[in-house]
Design a protein around this ligand. Structure first.
Ligand SMILES: Cc1cc2nc3c(=O)[nH]c(=O)nc-3n(C[C@H](O)[C@H](O)[C@H](O)COP(=O)(O)OP(=O)(O)OC[C@H]3O[C@@H](n4cnc5c(N)ncnc54)[C@H](O)[C@@H]3O)c2cc1C
Length: 376
């Protein structure tokens, strides 16, 4: 029976970077995944030459030079810059909020005009909130997300670009959501549609699956293999286990289920349509459109294929069994995770890492940083 130094449960970014680092040190690794493909959530599937981001749009961005050089040593990244467009009742606005957005919203042409308009709109909302708080005899403070957003950017931007999108995402009214969800709403007084502020940004040419494959190298991989269905036999194969699945599942939900926010996609191949929406990401910020956004995958790589693939993204209340996407960082879940983490800390031969095992939203560059740090 082959004996490995490590059994890595999960072939996502965390597992793949761990495999790479350990192999470099002369260790042997066996990777398994319950899915029938490698890559975890960054997996891209080639459909008619288009790399489809199967588990949602993934844009790589980082300010960490070491991480940027690391990923570029495996695959070439293109110059893709995330510049989403919002569609509100058929009218288009650039995001994030910048001079283009303000021009489209109010016709203002200079930063001074934009600031004046923003200040006028904010002042109106602050006055309303002040009057309300005085009437109720409470301290001046936004009591929910709606009040918070209104006082930060005013009525027009809130109602056309924030309100409905946020309500679709969370499945709740903005007046019922806590104000802390939106701490700041940065506005940019330049004509710059680049969503991220990071120094480096791009998409791997040929898709993320190639990056994962290059990281895994020649390690043995067993797909469609659920760790829990063969736990005893798999653990016997290696000295240590690196576990990147859900931490509550590892402990058989002993303290209860950790909750997630989830999304799902309706993906369509549009044959003979060369260019459906002219941009990779278009957000639908009205209440009537049931989905939150449409992704047109070919634009991540400047594709010129004769067909196109689009995914409509919907938000949905998570239930056990659904795809766990975004951890919910409220008091209940934080406390529950702390209980599981305490159990994990007592394990001698199991290392927990990645977004599911650490119950933490990690961007890709952060998960890579974490794995590089853990297996330095
Ligand atoms: C919708 C969405 C969009 C995102 N967009 C971006 C973006 O634009 N930019 C960015 O930087 N980051 C983005 N991210 C974050 C990114 O997806 C994560 O950083 C990354 O996928 C984390 O990698 P991971 O290895 O920790 O987890 P995963 O990719 O989830 O990998 C875990 C793997 O473990 C496997 N597994 C779990 N349990 C078992 C088991 N019992 N047996 C065998 N295998 C198992 C799973 O099948 C999976 O393949 C996004 C995340 C989501 C949800």
């Amino acid at each position: 029976m082959t004996k490995y130094d490590y059994l890595i449960v999960g072939t996502g970014l965390f597992g793949a970077v761990a495999a790479h680092q350990l192999t470099k040190k002369g260790k042997t690794c066996l990777l398994i995944d319950k899915r029938d493909h490698i890559g975890g959530n960054v997996y891209t599937e080639n459909v008619k030459g288009i790399n489809v981001h199967k588990y949602g749009a993934h844009i790589f961005h980082t300010s960490n030079k070491e991480v940027w050089q690391f990923v570029n040593s495996f695959v070439e990244f293109n110059r893709y810059t995330n510049s989403p467009v919002a569609n509100y009742k058929g009218k288009l606005y650039n995001l994030p909020f910048n001079m283009n957005t303000f021009y489209q919203m109010w016709g203002v042409k200079t930063p001074a005009e934009a600031v004046a308009k923003l200040n006028e709109q904010k002042a109106e909302e602050c006055a309303k909130l002040k009057a309300k708080c005085e009437k109720e005899g409470v301290a001046y403070e936004p009591s929910n997300l709606e009040e918070q957003a209104l006082t930060l950017v005013g009525k027009d931007i809130y109602e056309k670009l924030i309100k409905n999108y946020t309500e679709k995402q969370w499945g709740r009214k903005c007046t019922e959501l806590p104000s802390f969800i939106i701490k700041r709403l940065p506005v940019r007084l330049t004509f710059d549609n680049n969503y991220f502020n990071d120094k480096y940004q791009g998409i791997p040419e040929g898709g993320y699956t190639q990056l994962i494959q290059a990281l895994i190298g020649n390690c043995e991989v067993r797909l469609s293999t659920d760790f829990f269905e063969h736990k005893a036999e798999l653990t016997a194969l290696a000295d240590k286990v690196i576990y990147t699945g859900e931490i509550d599942r590892y402990y058989d939900y002993r303290f209860g289920h950790l909750q997630y926010r989830t999304v799902y996609f309706e993906t369509e191949l549009l044959e003979g349509v060369e260019n459906y929406q002219g941009n990779a990401v278009v957000n639908y910020t009205d209440a009537e459109t049931p989905y939150t956004r449409i992704i047109e995958h070919k634009h991540f790589e400047y594709g010129t294929q004769p067909d196109t693939v689009i995914s409509k993204e919907y938000s949905k209340e998570w239930q056990p069994g659904d795809e766990p996407y975004y951890p919910v960082n409220d008091a209940r879940n934080t406390e529950l995770y702390a209980q599981y983490k305490a159990l994990a800390a007592k394990e001698d031969n199991v290392i927990f890492g990645g977004r599911l095992a650490e119950y933490k939203y990690y961007d890709m560059h952060k998960v890579i940083e974490r794995a590089l740090e853990m297996f330095a």
